[in-house]
Write a protein that binds this ligand. Structure first.
Ligand code: PXG
Length: 443
C-alpha cells in the first residue's frame, strides 16, 4: 500500500484517472489532442485528425466556432457565475425562450443541468414527483431498455442496459424493468435507415405493464436511436407503438436525446424526425456544441403545470444544481443556436444524410463486416468478433484509423460515427476510404 510519503508516479500521465478508458493501455501509448478547428483535431505530434464522431457526438457545428468562443469570452468578463436557486441570469431566460421555440409540441418548459447523466436523473425524478403530485403515488416503476445508455448517475445506470456499466454497482435502483433491445442481425443487417422488421418488440411493454400492473408504472425512457451501443436504429413503427402503449396506460414517455438532439437526424430533435412528442426530453452535447458542459430537460406544459400548485412561496421542485443555467453555458448555447440557424445546419444534416448513407453502405463486402446501419448523420459498421477475443478487432480498427488520421468511436465490435454537420461530401468520402483501409488491413 502506498503510505503517502513516496511519489508513485513515474511519468506525468499517471495521476489522471481517465474515464471509460483502459488507463494502463492508454498511458503506454497515449493519444492526446491539443487543438481543434472545423473538421479536424491536431494531436500532440502535430498530426491532423479528421473528426468522424463530432468529438463524442457533441460538436455538431464543427470545432472552434468563433461566435461561440467569443460569446463565452464576453460572458466570462461580464458575469462569471450567477446563483441558480432563487436568482436568475438573463441568458437563462433568453435561452429558454429560444429552446422552447425549437422543441416539438407542447414541450414548453426547460430545466437545466450540466451533463446528460444529470439530465436523465432529473427527468426520472420529475416523472416520479409528477405522479405523486397528481395523487398517483403508486406509479414508481421506471422502464429502460437493454443496450440503452443514459449516463452514469444511479438513475441512468439503473435504467441503462449495458451490463459492464451496471455489474459493479450493486442493486442500483429498485423497481426498474427493461424492454428488449431492437438489434437483430439476422433480420435487419445492412438495413438502410429504419429496419422494416421489429415493430413488435415494442409489444414487450404490454407484457411488462401486465406483469407489474399499469397502476405502478411511472415512465419509460429510451433513446430514439441508441447511440453508445452502436447506432441501433428503431424499426419502423416501433417508437409509435411505445408512444401509444404509454398513452393507453398513463405512463410518461421520456426520449433521451442527448445524442439525437440538435440536428443529428436532420431535424432539431429525433422527436421531430419520428413525429412523436415525448412527455420529457433530455438533451446535452450539441446544446453548446460541446464547448461548455450543459444539459437540459424539456417538459410538456401539463407536467410543469402539475408542479405549480400549493402556496406560491413554496419551492415546487426540490431539485437543481449549483451550475444549472450557468451564465457561460447559457452564452455558449445561445451562440450555438445562432450558428445552427445561420448555417442552416439541421437542413444541411438532412441534405447530407443520403450521401452519408451511400458512403457508409459502400463498405459492404469488406472483410469481417457483418452489418452497416445508418440514420440521419449517424452510422455504424459492425465487425464479426474474433474467436475468444471480443472487441479486439474493432479496437484495432479504431487504432489504425487514428494512425491514419481519423477519429471514430469504438464500442464492442462496432465502429460508430457521426461527423459534425459541416462536413463536406469530400470529407465523408475521406472518412469512408480511411475506414475501409483500416478494416481491410485488420486481420
Ligand atoms: N444519455 C445518452 C443517450 C447519452 O448518449 C448520456 C445520456 C450521458 O451524458 P454525459 O454528458 O453525462 O456523458 C449520454 C452520453 C460514445 C459516448 O462514444 C456516448 C456518450 C458519452 C460518451 C461517449 O458512444 N453518451
Amino acid at each position: 500500500m502506498p503510505d503517502g510519503t513516496q511519489p508513485r508516479q513515474t511519468n506525468t500521465l499517471e495521476p489522471y484517472w481517465m474515464p471509460f478508458t483502459a488507463n494502463r493501455q492508454f498511458k503506454a501509448a497515449p493519444r492526446i489532442m491539443v487543438s481543434a478547428k472545423d473538421m479536424h483535431y491536431t494531436d500532440d505530434q502535430g498530426r491532423q485528425i479528421l473528426d468522424a464522431s463530432a468529438g463524442m457526438w457533441c460538436v455538431n457545428a464543427g470545432h472552434g466556432r468563433e461566435k461561440i468562443t467569443e460569446a463565452i469570452r464576453t460572458q466570462a468578463g461580464v458575469m462569471d457565475y450567477g446563483p441558480a436557486f432563487q436568482w436568475g441570469n438573463p441568458g437563462a431566460f433568453d435561452l429558454s425562450a429560444r429552446l422552447t421555440n425549437l422543441f416539438p409540441g407542447d414541450l414548453d418548459y426547460v430545466f437545466y443541468a450540466n451533463s446528460g447523466s444529470e439530465a436523465v436523473d432529473t427527468a426520472l425524478k420529475m416523472a416520479l414527483a409528477y405522479h405523486q403530485l397528481r395523487g398517483d403515488a403508486r406509479r414508481t416503476r421506471l422502464i429502460g431498455r437493454e443496450r440503452g445508455y443514459h449516463g452514469v448517475g444511479i438513475g441512468g445506470t439503473s435504467v441503462g442496459g449495458i451490463s459492464n456499466n451496471r455489474k459493479h454497482f450493486g442493486n442500483l435502483l429498485a423497481g426498474i424493468d427493461h424492454l428488449p433491445h431492437t438489434h437483430n442481425l439476422s433480420e435487419m443487417a445492412f438495413s438502410r435507415g429504419q429496419p422494416d422488421w421489429g415493430a413488435h418488440l415494442a409489444d414487450d411493454l404490454e407484457r411488462i405493464v401486465a406483469l407489474h400492473d399499469p397502476s405502478t408504472m411511472a415512465a419509460v425512457i429510451v433513446e430514439p436511436v441508441a447511440g453508445s451501443t452502436g447506432v441501433l436504429v428503431p424499426p419502423k413503427g416501433y417508437l409509435e407503438k411505445l408512444r401509444s402503449i404509454c398513452d393507453t396506460h398513463g405512463i410518461l414517455l421520456i426520449f433521451d436525446e442527448v445524442i439525437t438532439g440538435f440536428g443529428r437526424l436532420g431535424n432539431p430533435f429525433g422527436a421531430d424526425h419520428f413525429g412523436i412528442v415525448p412527455d420529457l426530453m433530455t438533451m446535452a452535447k450539441g446544446l453548446t456544441n460541446g464547448a461548455v458542459p450543459m444539459s437540459a430537460v424539456a417538459a410538456r406544459a401539463g407536467i410543469y403545470d402539475t408542479f405549480m400548485q400549493g402556496p406560491p412561496h413554496m419551492i415546487e421542485l426540490f431539485h437543481g444544481y449549483t451550475y444549472s443555467a450557468h451564465p457561460l453555458a447559457c452564452a455558449a448555447a445561445l451562440a450555438t443556436m445562432d450558428v445552427f440557424a445561420e448555417d442552416d445546419l439541421f437542413n444541411r444534416g438532412k441534405a447530407l444524410a443520403p450521401v452519408w448513407e451511400d458512403a457508409i453502405h459502400g463498405l459492404k463486402g469488406l472483410p469481417n463486416v457483418i452489418d452497416i446501419r445508418n440514420l440521419g448523420m449517424m452510422g455504424a459498421v459492425e465487425l464479426v468478433p474474433r474467436e475468444g477475443a471480443p472487441t479486439t478487432r474493432a479496437y484495432d480498427v479504431f487504432l489504425k484509423c487514428y494512425e491514419k488520421g481519423l477519429l471514430v468511436r469504438q464500442t464492442g465490435d462496432i465502429i460508430a460515427m457521426s461527423p459534425p454537420l459541416i462536413a463536406t461530401e469530400e470529407q465523408l468520402g475521406e472518412i469512408m476510404s480511411i475506414l475501409a483501409e483500416a478494416i481491410s488491413e485488420t486481420e
